[in-house]
Design a protein around this ligand. Structure first.
Ligand code: NAD
Length: 265
């Protein structure tokens, strides 16, 4: 193992969208912290690659193909994780996409696709995990991947901003309902992180906004930060680990913004 920390020793974590970007780093970080990790993704082969990377450094992980928008697939995959690893103690609902367009031109099918992956996906994975977390009130922690866009808006991102705001509502409701069963919930809200999701947006936004790609990065993406620096996958993984390992409901129903001061609450 690369690290010897054992903050999540004996715990089972299911991370969605974990074949890439933030989800991948969270899965690796949790495994280094001693968790058994289910690496879940629509891209089943990619999930297996990450799981085998984890096993390569001595961690315990399985790859799971899961489309978070499909109720049967989510239930079956979650049950298979419990069968293989024993439980689900931590759910990180992280799978997501971005589609940029002005509201006046946003196609309804694209709108629905964004809501479906972010909002339906969060609901379905939560519901599937709760069936296990509520059993004998064993409890658990659910962490949603929100965004600075859970708190503020940007042009061209109506569907994403709406979906990321919705996660605050789901998380806060779960914090209230789950307390009696020892379940806590949070939303982690990153600023811009250079993952494939963001790399794709740079040329798209440059085109829509009539700017150079350099200006999109400097002014649109990082213009509101205190230091012009991207948030990193490690920043988000460490924050998520802290919340997953925190032992009591002193912290529940909260939103944690990790954004170089872009949004302050
Ligand atoms: P990414 O594109 O690198 O990874 C997203 C993963 O989600 C991919 O592996 C993809 O296959 C998977 N996925 C997509 N649809 C799915 C589905 N229906 N079911 C299961 N998996 C699916 O993106 P990322 O930047 O790592 O984003 C992860 C999360 O973080 C998203 O929710 C995103 O909105 C959020 N986020 C990202 C940033 C950023 O700057 N990168 C900032 C704030 C929030």
């Amino acid at each position: 193992m690369e690290e010897t920390t054992s903050k999540l020793s004996g715990r089972v974590a299911l991370v969605t969208g974990a074949a890439s970007g933030l989800g991948k780093e969270i899965a690796m970080t949790f495994a280094r912290a001693g968790a058994s990790v289910a690496v879940a993704d629509l891209n089943g082969d990619g999930a297996e690659v990450v799981a085998s990377e984890i096993r390569g450094f001595g961690g315990n992980a399985i790859g799971v193909k899961m489309d978070v928008t499909d109720e049967d697939a989510v239930n079956t995959a979650t049950d298979s994780v419990v069968a293989a690893l024993g439980s689900v103690d931590v759910l990180v609902s992280n799978a997501g996409i971005q589609i940029v367009s002005p509201i006046s031109e946003f196609s309804f099918s694209d709108w629905r696709k964004v809501q479906s992956i972010h909002v339906d996906g969060a609901f379905l994975t939560t519901k599937a995990a709760l069936r296990h977390m509520y059993k004998d009130d064993r409890g658990g922690v659910v962490i949603y991947m929100g965004s600075v866009h859970s708190h503020l808006a940007s042009p061209l991102k109506s569907a994403y901003v709406t979906a990321k705001h919705a996660l605050l509502g789901l998380s806060r409701t779960l914090a209230k309902e789950g307390a009696a069963h020892n379940v806590r919930s949070h939303v982690v809200c990153p600023g811009f992180v250079r993952t494939p999701l963001v790399e794709k947006q740079i040329p798209e936004q440059a085109k829509e906004l009539g700017m150079s790609e350099e200006d999109v990065v400097k002014n649109v993406m990082l213009g509101g930060t205190v230091d012009g620096i991207f948030t990193t996958v490690e920043d988000i993984a460490q924050t998520t680990l802290f919340l997953a390992a925190f032992p009591t409901a002193a912290l529940t129903g909260q939103s944690f913004v990790v954004s170089h001061g872009w949004f302050m609450q």
